[in-house]
Design a protein around this ligand. Structure first.
Ligand code: KG4
Ligand code: ZN
Length: 373
């Protein structure tokens, strides 16, 4: 006799992606729909909270419908709804939480609240388990995105028979998140928004030793990060070298014409710009990898998880693989699709909470600064 699977609908709206997904038994992704708002925020060089909320309102219904359609289930087949409660933009979160509550009420299904950061941890587990790898816990997890750069120690604990994780914060950024630094540097150089993917592609053509950016010295907690110094060093470098201005102007004009491909940007970038990008990226990647490995050593774990939008970075992946192998750690990344914000990770994180009966009612509120514990 086959045991019926549990279907969880995940809903994510914490920043600039409206996402919905259906995941079976917390491990098999049946659908994963993401409506990105990049085209809207691009003109402002960053996420505009009010515009994000309005766009979530427009997208939430069609995105959920599409997730259910692609999963080939009906709303009535769902066992629970898992929604991101925080952290994130309060207006954006409010749309997902309100919709999740109403849907749960209308369908008479349990509602589960998920911490967005816990979602990023589950994105790693989801794919590791699907590909037959079972990470050894405890692990150290680096969550690195446009909104977060934070290190946690992740342990497993049993809760009413369902395996859940507990989290201890080891360190985090004191100023900019790493993805934010990528986006700001890309903005200074007129490379378009978001900056991470384009800098990633162009940096591969430059000399990472072209310019020396010193590693940030962290007083107090050595597992904290700071990226505003590197970002400011790039700014000073551009001010000191006015010859960058003509190519910046040319790229601004190209962006205004809608030409934003990596190839178009590369043709408008001098070797000096490619070296600057490669050196910036090397400094950020070195810092992320060095502090994470040191945290893994101090915490005596064997597994390292890396998740969040910046985890899609090619050099970061290669550097982690190489260093982890040398130092005897196993490193786990989600695929690029699950690295950036998505709702499959929210459904997966909600599953053990659903099993252990941690259900919410209509009083559930979003929380912009929800801590991960
Ligand atoms: O996780 P995410 O989709 O949203 C946030 O929660 O922020 O991450 C988006 C961030 C942006 O800052 C973007 O520039 C960065 O991730 N990013 C990258 C790459 N792809 C996205 N940064 C570096 N290299 C990449 N390949
Ligand atoms: Zn995120």
């Amino acid at each position: 006799m086959s045991v019926r699977e549990n279907l969880i609908l995940g809903i994510e709206s914490s920043c600039d992606e409206t996402a919905a997904a259906v995941v079976a038994d917390g491990s098999r992704v049946r659908s994963n729909i993401v409506a990105s708002q990049i085209a809207i925020h691009r003109n402002f060089g960053g996420v505009v909270p009010e515009l994000a909320s309005r766009e979530h309102l427009r997208q939430i219904v069609p995105v959920v419908r599409e997730a259910v359609r692609q999963a080939e289930v009906s709303l009535a087949d769902l066992d629970a709804i898992a929604v991101t409660r925080g952290p994130g933009l309060i207006g954006a979160l409010l749309v997902g939480v309100t919709y999740g509550k109403v849907l749960a009420l209308a369908l008479a299904k349990p509602l589960v609240a998920v911490n967005h950061l816990e979602g990023h941890v589950h994105a790693v587990m989801l794919e590791a388990v699907a590909s037959g790898r079972q990470p050894v816990l405890p692990a150290v997890c680096l969550i690195v995105s446009g909104g977060h750069t934070v290190l946690y120690r992740v342990e497993s604990r049993s809760n009413n028979g369902s395996c859940q994780f507990s989290y201890a914060r080891i360190g985090g950024t004191r100023d900019d998140a790493a993805g934010e630094a990528y986006d700001k540097v890309a903005r200074m150089l007129a490379l378009g928004y978001p900056g991470g993917p384009i800098v990633d592609q162009l940096a591969a053509h430059g000399n990472p030793k072209g310019i020396r950016f010193g590693a940030p010295q962290m007083k107090g907690n050595n597992f904290d990060f700071s990226f505003s110094g590197i970002k400011t060093a790039v700014l000073y470098h551009l001010r000191k070298h006015p010859e960058f201005q003509s190519e910046i102007t040319a790229r601004e004009q190209a962006l205004a014409r809608g030409e934003r491909s990596a190839e178009a940007m590369r043709q408008l970038a001098t070797p000096a710009t490619l070296d600057l990008l490669a050196s910036f990226q090397r400094a950020v990647v070195d810092d992320l990898v060095t502090r994470t490995i040191a945290a893994a050593q101090q915490n005596r774990v064997r597994s390292i998880f890396v998740s969040g939008g910046v985890a899609a970075n090619s050099e970061l992946r290669l550097a982690f693989e190489a260093r982890a192998k040398r130092e005897g750690f196993e490193v786990f990344f989600p695929s690029r699709a699950l690295s950036t914000d998505n709702a499959a990770m929210i459904a997966a994180a909600g599953y053990p909470r659903f099993l252990s009966g941690q259900h919410e009612d209509c009083t559930l509120d979003p929380s912009a600064n929800l801590p991960l514990v």
